[in-house]
Each structure stands twice: as structure tokens, then as C-alpha cells.
Design a protein around this ligand. Structure first.
Ligand code: MTE
Ligand code: MO
Length: 531
């Protein structure tokens, strides 16, 4: 090719690569603003590097750089991206898209980093994928403008060799087109970058704040009773009594997890009250905190499902806050609203009858994870989450069931949502192939507020047998059980059913979760084969 064209063209190609890489980061960051801040490719990779760095390296860099280790990491990553961008531009050819392959590989790293974050869901891959696709499309367009590929060979017409004029045009670099493309890329980076920063800054602030937040101190008399070892059966692989935050089921309508900081949090208590109250974070945490272990359950849980979990919650009694506002006679519902507009209607008596209904700020000793309602949510023993467990709660209206309705009740779910008695087989795993002989079958059962008094297991059409109940922690937590089955060869189906402390046996009839929670006995089938 023409050597006089070489230098400017190399610079322009490098610029193409840089712009494409910049687009990937900016578009990824902007889309992350709508998904979750942590899903931004740049932030996800930075966070993954921090998490994966061996402790010694981490400490050495923090020693050397003090608190500048985060900015230093960011600058390091930015430098790697600039270098990569230049290379991407220089190696890309219209017919040999090596630069595009490098961008795709970086995209894959970004996707893996985002998906490996502790709270990631499948949607966390989207920002990086969209960023990478935009970048590759832009790179291809710019490089094609700079290095047009001869599209069709020169066609011979009889003895005369004619050059199709369109082919000739396509062979000349189209500087104007390149400049338009590059200018658009700069504008797109600026726009996406601005959107991304605007959308993620508050979130980033909240993330930083949460990391440094100390939970309110809990006086010894308000601490949760210790969990005795006997609350879980002594067998390998049983469901733990306390559910880790990372394993805790998550149900909400939020496409974007709200990132509300404690500084921006307020709770307005109004409606049928003697005094309207507005609480800020400090006014909340200045109160006496308590800690309680409560099992939360989702009304959408199918028979045998896992939309149930138990955590130690740190918070403040809802009853005391309500008492300060002074509900007026005739009020029977607390309509709570989250910062993203979701609502729940909770019977006032469930909040004031002495049960441990909490305005919670901590979950298993940590500030609430964002997905679980940071900075403040409700936890009410005995009621399904859709009528009680408002996350990111900012508004309480004391009202009446005949005047107000809430998000899910407007969509056909029951107005009141007491938790039904349920039981579940957790081990052996579904469809497991087992050797004959004694086999530990274990699981959990719950009937919050009432407590579990009995769990029975049945093999095929045999008689019901009493399972061994693990210790009860409280009537508001699930109760584990185990049963030793003398497994005989063949295909066997085990059923489980629980009885609550009122003597009511869990009904056999299978009903779907709508409108007030599923019913029916859970079963699992196993094949027992002699070795
Ligand atoms: N703001 C808000 N809070 C909410 C919901 C919601 O969609 N939005 N879902 C509720 C439902 S249906 C349940 S079961 C619980 C689940 O809480 P978790 O995600 O912390 O497990 O949150 C409740 N709180
Ligand atoms: Mo739920």
C-alpha cells in the first residue's frame, strides 16, 4: 500500500481501537446504571481484582499506597484498557478482525467478572455484552472506512479489463466517513459516560457507605438467644439453620435494586395517627436495637420450594415506632411503601401483638445487603413477605383494609397472608440413586407463630412414621427433622407432612401459591439399587 499513507493511517487505526474500547466501557457503565451498579464491566473487573488479590498483595499495596489503593487500581486498569485499545485498532483488518476478537475476549472477562460478583444475577452479563457489541460494531465501521477491502475482483469484459467504479471507490480510504464515525464515537462515549456516572454515582456512594457502616450496638439483653447445636440433625448435607445472606432467596419487583443511602433515607409515619413522625437514620439507630432470628417465607413458594430462609435480623420494634405516632381507633392496616413504589398492607395487630416485628437494618450481622432492602426493611414473623416484609421502606401510612390495598392484593392475592404450615424433604437429593440400608432422610418444616409439633414421613403407600424433630429455636423459625429409612431396592416415593402446635395436620390437597400460599405434601422419589 501507499507508504505516505502509512503514518496517519496507523494513528487513525489506533484511535479507532481506543474509541471502540472507550465505547465498550462507557456503554457498559451506562447500561449498568439500569441493571445494578456492580454489573458495570469496569467496576466488576476492579472488584474482582480486589477480591482475588492474595491477601499479602492486597496488604502490601494498601501499605504502599494507603487509601489510594482503589484509585491506583482504577488507573492501572485504565492504562491496560488504553494499551489494549491501541493494539485492538492496529491489528483489526476488514477481513481479519483480530481486534474484534480481542474486544470479545475482554468482553468475556467482563462478563465473567460481573457474574462472579456475590450478588450477581444473569442480568449482570447484559451491560458488558451490550458494551462489547457496540464496540465491535464501531471498530468494524471505522476500520472499514480506513482500510476498505477490495470488494470484488476486477472483472474482465472480453479483452478489455474494466474496473467497476464502485469497486474503486470502495478501495480508497473514506476519510470523511472515518471522521464522522470517530466524532460520533466521541459523542457516544461522552453521552453514555455521563448517563452511566449519573446513574451509578449515588449507588456507588451507597455502596461505599454500606461497606463502612457499623450496625447499631445490641445490648446483651436484646441479643438473639444463642442457637443450640441441636437445632440441626446430626447428618452431613442438611440445610443449615441460618441461611447465609448470599444464599438467601430474593423476591421483589425491582428491575434496578434501589441504592438508597442512610443519608437519604427517611421514614414518614402518617395517616390515621395522632402525630405524624418523620424519622431519619440517626433518629432510628439512636433507639435501643434488638436482634431476633426469624424465618421469612414467600407466598409464591411451591410445595418443596426454597423461597424460605432464616436470618438473624438486627432492628427496632415496629410496635414502639407505631406507638409514638399513636394509631387512631378504627385503623387496622399499615400500608408500607418502598422507595421504588412497591406497597404492602400489614394488619396492625400483627405489628403490635408482641411478636418480634422489626424495622430491620442488619441481616446476619451485616448491614442489609442492597437486594434485601438496604438500608431499612420490615421483618414480621408469621406473615408472608408480600404483606409484611417491605424492603427499602420509606413510608408508613396507618389506614384501614377497607380504604387501601397494596401491590399484590391489587393483583389477585389474598389481603391477609398468614404463613401456612409446610414441610420439605432436603436430602437425599432429588432422584438420587441410593444403596440399600439405613439412609438419613432430612428436611425442614415451618409454621411461623404456631411452631411445628410433629413431622411424619411415609414410604410409598406405607404407614406414616414419626420423624425425629431437631430442637425448636422458636415458633417463628423453621424446625429441622430427620428420619432413618431402611431403604429397600426399588423405586420409592417418600412423602412428608407436618403438624403445627395447634394440632392441625398440613393438608394433602395440592393448591397453587395463588392466592394465599401453596398447600400439599412434598414428595421425592429415589431409586435404591444394590451394589
Ligand atoms: N420493596 C419491595 N419489598 C418487598 C418486595 C418487593 O417486591 N419490593 N417483595 C416482598 C416479597 S413478595 C417477599 S417474599 C420478601 C422477600 O424478601 P427477600 O428478597 O429479602 O428474601 O420481600 C418483600 N418485600
Ligand atoms: Mo413473596
Amino acid at each position: 500500500m501507499d507508504s505516505t499513507e502509512h503514518r496517519p493511517r496507523a494513528a487513525a487505526r489506533a484511535a479507532s481501537g481506543l474509541l471502540a474500547t472507550g465505547l465498550a466501557v462507557a456503554v457498559g457503565h451506562a447500561v449498568a446504571g439500569f441493571v445494578a451498579p456492580g454489573s458495570s464491566p469496569f467496576l466488576a473487573v476492579a472488584d474482582s481484582v480486589v477480591d482475588r488479590a492474595p491477601a499479602a498483595v492486597r496488604e502490601a499495596t494498601i501499605d504502599a499506597l494507603g487509601t489510594a489503593d482503589k484509585p491506583a487500581l482504577m488507573i492501572g486498569l485504565a492504562a491496560i484498557l488504553v494499551g489494549t485499545g491501541v493494539v485492538v485498532g492496529l491489528v483489526e483488518r476488514p477481513r481479519r478482525p483480530a481486534g474484534s476478537v480481542v474486544l470479545a475476549a475482554f468482553g468475556l472477562i467482563g462478563v465473567l467478572a460481573a457474574l462472579s460478583r456475590p450478588t450477581a444475577g444473569p442480568a449482570w452479563a447484559v451491560p458488558t455484552i451490550l458494551g462489547a457489541i457496540t464496540a465491535i460494531a464501531a471498530l468494524r465501521a471505522m476500520i472499514t472506512a480506513l482500510l476498505p477491502a477490495p470488494s470484488a475482483p476486477v472483472r474482465p469484459y472480453g479483452a478489455v479489463v474494466a474496473i467497476d467504479p464502485r469497486d474503486r471507490d470502495q478501495r480508497a480510504p473514506d476519510r470523511r466517513r472515518f471522521l464522522v464515525l470517530a466524532g460520533s464515537a466521541v459523542a457516544a462515549i461522552a453521552a453514555a459516560g455521563t448517563v452511566g456516572v449519573a446513574l451509578t454515582r449515588r449507588a456507588a456512594d451507597a455502596v461505599a457507605e454500606r461497606t463502612g457502616l457499623r450496625l447499631p450496638r445490641v445490648a446483651a439483653r436484646e441479643a438473639a438467644a444463642p442457637v443450640p447445636a441441636g437445632v440441626v440433625p446430626d447428618a452431613p448435607g442438611v440445610t443449615p439453620f441460618l441461611t447465609d445472606n448470599a444464599d438467601f432467596y430474593r423476591i421483589d419487583t425491582a428491575l434496578r435494586v434501589p441504592a438508597l443511602s442512610t443519608a437519604d433515607w427517611r421514614l414518614r409515619i402518617h395517616g390515621m395517627v395522632e402525630r405524624e413522625i418523620e424519622l431519619d437514620w440517626q433518629a432510628l439507630v439512636d433507639r435501643e436495637a434488638r436482634e431476633r432470628i426469624v424465618t421469612l417465607t414467600c407466598v409464591s413458594n411451591e410445595v418443596g420450594g426454597d423461597l424460605v430462609g432464616t436470618a438473624t435480623w438486627t432492628g427496632f420494634p415496629i410496635a414502639e415506632l407505631l406507638a409514638e405516632a399513636g394509631p387512631l381507633p378504627g385503623a387496622d392496616m399499615l400500608l408500607s411503601t418502598s422507595v421504588d413504589g412497591w406497597t404492602a398492607g400489614t394488619p396492625l395487630d400483627a405489628l403490635t401483638d408482641g411478636r418480634d416485628a422489626l424495622l430491620a437494618v442488619g441481616m446476619n450481622g451485616e448491614p442489609l445487603p442492597f437486594e434485601h432492602g438496604y438500608p431499612v426493611r420490615q421483618v414480621v414473623p408469621g406473615l408472608y413477605g408480600y404483606v409484611s416484609a417491605t424492603k427499602w421502606v420509606v413510608d408508613w401510612e396507618v389506614t384501614r383494609f377497607d380504604r387501601a390495598s397494596a401491590y399484590w392484593t391489587d393483583r389477585g392475592w389474598a389481603e391477609r397472608g398468614p404463613i401456612r404450615t409446610a414441610s420439605r424433604i432436603d436430602r437425599p437429593a432429588p432422584l438420587a440413586e441410593l444403596p440399600p440400608g439405613p439412609t438419613v432422610v432430612a428436611g425442614t418444616a415451618w409454621a411461623q407463630r404456631r411452631g411445628i409439633d410433629r413431622v411424619e414421613v411415609r414410604v410409598d403407600d406405607g404407614p406414616w412414621r414419626d420423624a425425629r424433630l431437631a430442637d425448636e429455636y422458636s415458633v417463628d423459625t423453621w424446625r429441622m427433622w430427620s428420619w432413618v429409612w431402611d431403604a429397600e431396592p426399588g423405586l420409592h416415593t417418600l412423602h412428608v407432612r407436618a403438624t403445627d402446635s395447634t394440632g392441625r395436620v398440613q393438608p394433602e390437597e395440592r393448591r397453587p401459591p395463588v392466592p394465599s400460599g401453596s398447600t400439599g405434601w412434598h414428595n421425592r422419589t429415589f431409586r435404591v439399587v444394590a451394589a
